[in-house]
Design a protein around this ligand. Structure first.
Ligand SMILES: C[S@@+](CC[C@H](N)C(=O)[O-])C[C@H]1O[C@@H](n2cnc3c(N)ncnc32)[C@H](O)[C@@H]1O
Length: 251
C-alpha cells in the first residue's frame, strides 16, 4: 500500500541523519533565530532536527506539522533534551496560533509539498499574519534544474542505502516522473531489505519553485523577498546553485 514518507518518522530520521555537529542548514536557521531574537515558529517541523537546536539555545519555539508520526518523534527528542516547545498537528496552509513570531521558517524543502498556487499563497498569508513588526520569514527550496527534471523518466533506480538497526541494510529505489503542467515531480520510493523487498512503498511529490515565480508568489501572500542565497553559507544565488535560501519580510 502506498503511504506517505512522513508516516515512517523512524525511517525518515535514519535516511536523513543529522550531520556531525550542527550542519550548515541548522546553523543558518539558528543564527537567524538568534538575530531576530524569537519567538520562532517552524512550519513542517518534522522530527525537529532544525527546531531543537534553536530551542536548546533558550529561544521560545513552536512547530507545526501535518504528520502525527513525525511530531511524536519530535516530542520525544524535545523531552529527551529537556526543552519545551509547542508542537502542533496542523496544516501550514491554514493555521492560527494567536501569537506573533520574530522568525517563521520552513526548512528542508517542506514548502515543496504545497503544490497549488492557492495553497502556497494561503500559507504565505498565514505567515504574514504571524510575524511581529520587523519579523523575518525564511525558507529553503531546491533550485529546479532542467537536467534533473528531464531525468525524472519513470524508471526505477537505486537512490541510496542506509543502515537500520532493526532491519539491517535498507536499499531505497526511486521512480519519478515530472508533471510539467503542475511543476510537480511525482515519485514512488521503495524501501527494501535483502529478505523483504518493498516492505515500505511511499509516495513523495515535490513542486518546483522556479526563481522568477517565487518573488511573485510571495508578493501575492503579502511578503517581500529581501535576500536569496545559493547555499546556507550565504553564497550568492545563481542559476547553478542547488538551493534557494530565502529571507522575506512583510510587504
Ligand atoms: C522534508 S520534511 C522536513 C522536516 C524538517 N523541517 C527537517 O528539516 O527535518 C517535510 C515535513 O513537512 C511536513 N508537511 C508537509 N506538508 C505539510 C503541510 N501542509 N503542513 C504542515 N506540515 C507539512 C511533513 O509532514 C514533513 O514532516
Amino acid at each position: 500500500m502506498l503511504e506517505s514518507l512522513y508516516s515512517n518518522a523512524r525511517l525518515y530520521d535514519l535516511m536523513f541523519p543529522q550531520p556531525s555537529g550542527l550542519g550548515s542548514r541548522a546553523q543558518f536557521y539558528l543564527d537567524l533565530a538568534a538575530t531576530t531574537g524569537g519567538p520562532v515558529l517552524e512550519l513542517g517541523c518534522g522530527t525537529g532536527s532544525v527546531l531543537l537546536p534553536i530551542a536548546e539555545r533558550g529561544i521560545a519555539c513552536q512547530g507545526i506539522d501535518l504528520s502525527s508520526d513525525m511530531l511524536a518523534r519530535a516530542r520525544a527528542k524535545f523531552e529527551a533534551s529537556g526543552v519545551t516547545a509547542g508542537l502542533h498537528l496542523g496544516d501550514m496552509t491554514d493555521f492560527d496560533l494567536d501569537e506573533r513570531f520574530g522568525l517563521v521558517f520552513v526548512a528542508s524543502n517542506s514548502l515543496t509539498h504545497l503544490h497549488a498556487v492557492g495553497d502556497i499563497v494561503n500559507c504565505f498569508r498565514a505567515v504574514r499574519r504571524h510575524l511581529t513588526p520587523g519579523g523575518r520569514f525564511a525558507f529553503d527550496v531546491f533550485n529546479p534544474s532542467v537536467q534533473v527534471l528531464a531525468g525524472a523518466d519513470g524508471l526505477r533506480r537505486e537512490k541510496q542505502r542506509f543502515a537500520d538497526p532493526e532491519h539491517g541494510e535498507i536499499r531505497v529505489d526511486v521512480e519519478e516522473r515530472y508533471d510539467a503542467a503542475a511543476q510537480v515531480t511525482r515519485g514512488i520510493w521503495y524501501f527494501s531489505t535483502e529478505g523483504e523487498p518493498d516492505f515500505v512503498v511511499s509516495s513523495v511529490e515535490v513542486r518546483s519553485f522556479f526563481p522568477q515565480e517565487l518573488a511573485l508568489l510571495l508578493e501575492a501572500g503579502g511578503l517581500r523577498l529581501v535576500e536569496r542565497f545559493g547555499d546556507f553559507e550565504r553564497a550568492p544565488f545563481t542559476g547553478e546553485t542547488p538551493t534557494q535560501v530565502c529571507i522575506c519580510v512583510a510587504a
